[in-house]
Ligand binder design. Structure first.
Ligand code: NAD
Length: 470
């Protein structure tokens, strides 16, 4: 057995390990009590502190904090409250004839000691959302939020130490080294949300202990607008989805494909809508957040400079302010394939647009890339919509809108391969933190009992009949 005693977090890990069965035995009502306390903290006690912290971290508008950080976690808790009792019940399954005399069921048992590593872009939502599923499933949890939103992490730390003993839930602030040290420990499950690059590091570390992983990753999510869509509505929705959180959303539209015939109309509608949403000068709008820090500001600025140097045409925006980590909502055409904008997940308020003539071009292009986390289609043509869905792969799809698929807790949320492994939200999140233990109970003499050694030709005939008839 490996000795972990020199690991900085060994004692905390051991405390949770020692407590995991006590937590795992808790009744669903006890788990709901904890979740309701978390809900109260988010909705009442700490709501204003969280709003202030997110504003301090990247000028996140209050409405966006309420809508995208607090509401999804509260909604997740309410959904768990309505369903946890039935999720924890043993689920009886049918018995095949060959196993007559027995009965079988599935017991969802906790995985044990879990690690949740979260990103900075929706720090509350993506730290506490998975925590809700982990608590519902009866686990102990160590949370490691991102170092890039320190004000928010501080408030989350206060909430966690207010509500939980650290042998049940603990939150560790600090930078990447904290994650690296934690990843050495033999957790029973790791739930990671972040970039595909770091996802690979997490999976490699997990493989050391054969720890199961949920990887909620990112990538480039395309939008397709065809010539049958209601352009006015489509543009409004895309601007909302793209510039919410200043474009720093895993499922934000990364680039758009529009039918060649609607290019001029698209640009004009985009300009008018942008002005209506964020005024003539978006830098003065209270509805637009900022880039999280200088490093990400410089990354985005370099993407824009790179596109310009390759003769891309900036149709809208393009202005930036280093002192305020501000990038204006920007629309770019003629972006070359080898530019940074098309090679990387943008994760900021820059939207490249590509034009197409026939839909097969779009399908081929999307399939030549990694599977996206989300794929959006704006079209009134049902046949074409089905054609796109059937001929591409993606973690999720939203038709005639964007982002909303995240908010339906009846849908599994997650990517596929490069955009993620495993699912979150609602029952799917609960399952991710549970082991589906299968149990078979023998009640009477069963057919298999007649087949024990020494084998004979009679027993061979019974096996032959079983294969043939059962
Ligand atoms: P990131 O991968 O850089 O960091 C995520 C977390 O991993 C942070 O807590 C960070 O401290 C930690 N980390 C960073 N480097 C590490 C290392 N070498 N070893 C161990 N831990 C390390 O991601 P980010 O910049 O915080 O977030 C942006 C990315 O997250 C984007 O790719 C975005 O698409 C993705 N994302 C995905 C979802 C989803 O639900 N699928 C949601 C939000 C963000």
């Amino acid at each position: 057995m490996t000795d972990y005693s020199d690991n900085r977090y060994f004692k905390l890990f051991e405390k949770q390990k020692a407590n995991q069965f006590a937590v795992g035995r808790t009744h669903y009502k006890e788990r709901l009590k904890k979740l309701k306390a978390l809900q109260f903290a988010l909705e009442k006690t700490y709501k204003q502190e969280l709003r202030d912290a997110l504003y301090a971290d990247f000028k996140k508008p209050q409405l966006e904090t309420d809508l995208t950080e607090i509401y999804p976690v509260v909604d997740e808790i309410n959904f768990v409250a309505s369903n946890l009792k039935s999720w924890l019940k043993r689920q009886k399954v049918d018995t095949p004839l060959a196993l007559l005399g027995s009965s079988s069921w599935i017991k969802n048992e906790p995985k044990g000691v879990c690690l949740i590593i979260s990103p900075w872009n929706f720090p509350v939502n993506l730290t506490f959302g998975p925590l809700v599923s982990a608590i519902a499933a009866g686990n102990t949890v160590i949370l490691k939020p991102s170092e890039m939103t320190p004000h928010t992490s501080k408030v989350m730390q206060a909430i966690v130490s207010d509500l939980f003993n650290d042998n049940e839930v603990a939150l560790l602030e600090g930078d990447v080294e904290v994650s690296q040290e934690l990843l050495k420990l033999p957790f029973n499950h790791i739930f990671f949300t972040g970039s595909p690059q770091v996802g690979k590091i997490v999976m490699k570390a997990a493989s050391e202990h054969l720890t199961s992983v949920t990887l909620e990753l990112g990538g480039k999510s395309p939008v397709i607008i065809d010539d049958t869509s209601n352009l006015d509505k489509a543009v409004k929705k895309i601007i909302f989805g793209k510039f919410l959180n200043a474009g720093q959303t895993c499922i934000a539209p990364d680039y758009v494909f529009i039918n060649d015939s609607i290019k001029a109309e698209f640009i004009q509608t985009f300009k008018t809508t942008l002005k209506a949403f964020y005024s003539e000068n978006p830098s003065e709008s209270d509805s637009l957040g900022r880039i999280v820090n200088q490093k990400h500001f410089e990354r985005l600025k370099s993407y824009l400079d790179d596109a310009s140097s390759r003769n891309a045409s900036i149709e809208v925006g393009g202005v930036s302010d280093e002192k305020d980590n501000y990038i204006e909502p920007t629309l770019v055409f003629e972006v070359s394939e080898d530019s940074e904008l098309m090679q990387n997940e943008i994760f900021g308020p820059i939207l490249p647009v590509k034009t197409y003539k026939v839909i097969d071009e779009v399908i081929d292009y999307i399939n030549s890339k990694e599977k996206p986390l989300a794929l959006y289609i704006f079209s009134k043509n049902k046949k074409r919509t089905t054609q796109i869905i059937n001929n591409t792969r993606a973690g999720s799809t939203c038709i005639n809108h964007n982002l909303l698929q995240f908010l339906n807790h009846n849908l599994p949320f997650g990517g596929s391969n490069n955009s993620g492994i495993g699912k979150s939200h609602g029952y799917f999140g609960f399952l991710e933190f549970s082991n589906q233990r299968s149990v078979l109970k023998q009640h009477t003499l069963g057919a298999v009992d007649l087949l024990m050694p020494p084998y004979s030709s009679f027993k061979q005939k019974l096996v032959d009949l079983t294969i043939k008839w059962f």
